[in-house]
Design a protein around this ligand. Structure first.
Ligand SMILES: Cc1cc2nc3c(=O)[nH]c(=O)nc-3n(C[C@H](O)[C@H](O)[C@H](O)COP(=O)(O)O)c2cc1C
Length: 215
């Protein structure tokens, strides 16, 4: 199959995941083209966080109430950011598309803009991948990035057939001690066990590629 791997990566971790997925798909005989999503202007992490910060208390409340979380995920405003011109603005020539980026509270802003910009997504099978600073907490990390991505993709007529989320164990804001604590509390494992190269990540990438290949 001809597969497009499109990704945004600010500090390089999602790029490593994109390369690991591509390398596995190439080993299986598929041909890969890349779309590297680049913001028009690169802002500091502080400014990026600040743009979405007023919504953080609502996310926190959603962790306490599943009813409110459902409401939030259906109605919140996704921040977007201008991106540079794309190599493949029309993706209709590809059999599958893998789209990834870091988790920025929800979808990272350049990826959100990318999803609204591309044409030819209707009827396509899409794989969504992400990295996040924390361990793979089911709601706070995994659900909060993949539910919004799925929602946007389905709104454009595509379907998400595979997802994989891996921890980078890195956060620009220096809150890793908190994430390390969560990792022990929730999984009784160090956060490094959820990074690329671990059994957890390798299985996630294999499952992702298996689902991408399904007809
Ligand atoms: C604006 C912003 C928001 C972020 N929000 C989260 C978050 O909600 N949860 C999390 O675990 N990490 C968060 N991070 C950390 C990144 O998701 C993490 O470092 C990611 O692996 C970086 O990927 P990259 O190197 O491809 O840019 C955030 C980082 C930034 C800059």
């Amino acid at each position: 199959m001809k597969i497009l791997v499109a990704y945004f990566s600010r500090t390089g971790y999602t790029e490593q995941l994109a390369k690991a997925i591509s390398s596995e798909l190439e080993t299986r005989g598929h041909s890969i083209e890349y779309e590297i999503i680049k913001p028009a202007v690169c802002y500091s992490w502080f400014r990026e966080v600040a743009r979405d910060f007023p919504r953080y208390p609502f996310i926190a409340f959603g962790l306490l109430s599943s009813v409110y979380r459902e409401h939030y995920l259906k109605s919140y405003h996704q921040v977007e950011e201008d991106i540079q011109a794309l190599t493949y603005p029309d993706i209709s020539e590809f059999d599958r598309i893998c789209i990834g980026g870091p988790k920025w509270a929800q979808i990272s802003y350049p990826v959100a803009r990318y999803l609204q910009t591309i044409r030819g997504i209707r009827g396509k099978k899409i794989g969504a991948f992400a990295t996040f600073g924390g361990p793979p907490l089911k709601i706070f990390e995994v659900e909060l990035v993949f539910r919004p991505m799925t929602r946007l993709i389905e709104r454009m007529g595509g379907s998400v057939v595979a997802t994989v989320g891996v921890s980078s164990a890195y956060h620009d804001a220096g809150i890793m001690p908190l994430f390390k604590l969560f990792s022990y509390l929730r999984f009784q494992q160090p956060i490094k066990n959820f990074k690329l190269g671990t059994e957890y990540a390798n299985k996630g990438i294999m499952d992702f590629c298996n689902n991408i290949e399904k007809r």
